[in-house]
Design a protein around this ligand. Structure first.
Ligand SMILES: [Zn+2]
Ligand SMILES: [Zn+2]
Length: 370
């Protein structure tokens, strides 16, 4: 093993530098992950544009790799060690609080970078902290005793496992948060990797009508939505989405709306409120906006709508996502469209942001790709 590790470090907004770090000494309760795939999502695009953590950061929070070195206590605690391929959640947990006890590591204060300046979270924590390797855009990542890892089932490639995060979110938001189930009708707004993952979760859950919206430039993604099981696709640039939803549901509206758009402002929420059925529908929101001027709260309460927040995934949702991938029931390999090496990290993030490349659905960063 080399003495140094190469990593792509975000040093300023929209600026990446390749840096070398010393290979860390692994404590008895820690491990070293040899990175295989770091998935890139819309959050990376936002954090790259306007970093909220100004110290240098190795980004990459959707990480898959093989354990290269593991201390004795680490192996005892996790039941996983050298040679095991794992998916690493970006949450680094305390394992003591009520949320951790429930497998809801996403809510643990120890990983809440917004509220806790000393929080640890892969892709968010500065590389100035001890062990340095706190992000997936690197050849290796450090795994402390309190990382949250999942063994990847045999037969699931690293590339495929790279979409475990959007798929986990799909399962969390569609199944657990909004309770999509047998014969439900669902409107999924936005056909990116997250929207497409919702299609899979809703289809598997038994939804009878899955409608996906996109814009004029989403033609290929909407086609992919159809391949994965969506029943109807709407191009919001050329059709009136509300009228189409009413048509498709016999005037009734849908049971659930899932907002998976990016940068669309208030529009998807307003459409969601109108597209929901007369009473007691559920709307999942992203909360990209700091404020929502003229929010139609009267309409919301009159329709008895429940709003849920899109906020990551639980341990169980990740396990189900990995099982879903292993089942091969859906051609999910069609989502993994682009691969970049470490030297092209900047371009990879910009590809997700739609600045470069065509036909992007999911972008994988492969740190060892030359
Ligand atoms: Zn992400
Ligand atoms: Zn905790």
């Amino acid at each position: 093993m080399a003495d140094t590790v190469v990593a792509a470090v975000r040093t300023a907004p929209r600026t990446t530098e390749l840096r070398e770090f010393p290979m860390p000494e692994i404590p008895a309760d820690g491990a070293l992950l040899k990175m295989e795939v770091a998935g890139i999502c819309g959050t990376d695009v936002k954090m790259y544009d306007r970093p909220q953590i100004t110290e240098p950061v190795i980004m990459g929070h959707e990480n898959v790799g093989t354990i290269a070195k593991a201390g004795r206590q680490f192996v005892e605690r996790h039941g996983l060690g050298e040679g095991d391929r794992v998916f690493v959640e970006h949450y680094v947990a305390c394992y003591r609080c009520e949320w951790c006890r429930l497998g809801e590591y996403r809510h643990c204060e120890a990983t809440d970078w917004r509220a806790n300046p000393d929080a640890r979270r892969y892709g968010y924590t500065t590389c100035e902290h001890a062990y340095h390797l706190w992000g997936g855009f690197a050849q290796y990542m450090f795994l402390p005793w309190n990382c949250v890892i999942h063994k990847i089932p045999d037969g699931v490639t690293a590339e495929l496992a790279g979409i475990a995060t959007p798929l986990s979110n799909g399962i969390e938001w569609a199944l657990y948060d909004t309770r999509v189930g047998f014969m439900d009708s669902v409107l999924i707004q936005g056909p990116g990797q997250q929207g497409l993952s919702q299609v899979v979760a809703c289809k598997q859950a038994g939804a009878s009508l899955i409608v996906v919206t996109g814009t004029a430039r989403d033609g290929a993604r909407l086609e992919l939505a159809k391949t994965l099981g969506a029943d109807a696709m709407i191009d919001v640039d050329s059709e009136d989405p509300l009228e189409r939803v009413r048509e498709l549901t016999g005037g009734r509206g849908v049971d659930v709306v899932l907002d998976c758009t990016a940068g669309a402002g208030v529009t998807p929420v307003l459409l969601g409120i109108d597209a929901l059925k007369r009473r007691a529908g559920t709307l999942l929101v992203q909360g990209e906006l700091a404020a929502f001027p003229d929010f139609p709260i009267k309409k919301l309460t009159e329709k008895a709508i429940t709003i849920k927040s899109a906020r990551g995934h639980s341990y169980r949702a990740v396990e189900l996502a990995l099982e879903q991938l292993a089942s091969r029931r859906f051609p999910l390999e069609l989502l993994t469209t682009h691969e970049f090496g470490l030297a092209d990290t900047d371009r990879a993030i910009r590809a997700v942001g739609g600045e470069v490349e065509e036909g992007v659905v999911h972008v994988s960063l492969l740190p060892w790709l030359e």
